[in-house]
Design a binder for this molecule. Structure first.
Ligand code: FE2
Ligand code: FE2
Length: 152
């Protein structure tokens, strides 16, 4: 069994994989809608709605469970504040896509959401999850050494 932090980051990674799958599907349908005769807006709506709901759950979990750990590791650096801004930006872009989807498809907005989400997820997985995992492992190892070689 892993530590609580690796259990959390692997759960968040699984959620990221699902988010990327949905974004790929949306990009695919959006490009088909924009470039061919076939009209895919009806197919697009449920997938965009489902991405919106899934992202809300994911972001809530991240902010509630992961950000406090990140804050502990990063100290005073305002990384958490920047990530929250990105979360808000992602949520509001998806909301405006949902709002406009009844009438028309904004392909540029879909591309922007795709790009922003990929960059955000990659930053979390490659830098932030890794950082918290490594720091937590090091402090657990240090505690074990202290327990084996007590100072008094
Ligand atoms: Fe995030
Ligand atoms: Fe995330």
């Amino acid at each position: 069994m892993g530590s609580p932090i690796t259990e959390l980051t692997s759960k968040l990674r699984q959620e990221h994989a699902l988010i990327i799958q949905e974004v790929n599907q949306i990009m695919n349908l959006a490009q088909r809608t924009a470039t061919t005769e076939s009209y895919c807006l009806e197919n697009l709506q449920p997938v965009v709605q489902s991405l919106k709901e899934y992202l809300n759950l994911h972001i809530t979990r991240e902010e509630k469970e992961f950000f406090p750990m990140l804050e502990e590791v990063m100290g005073k650096e305002d990384v958490v504040g920047l990530l929250k801004e990105e979360h808000n930006q992602i949520r509001s872009s998806i909301q405006s896509l949902v709002d406009r989807l009844d009438a028309s498809l904004d392909l540029d907005l879909v591309k922007e959401i795709n790009e922003t989400l990929r960059q955000h997820i990659s930053k979390e997985e490659r830098v932030l999850f890794w950082l918290v995992e490594v720091k937590t492992r090091r402090s657990r190892e240090a505690k074990r050494v202290d327990a084996r070689f007590p100072r008094n």
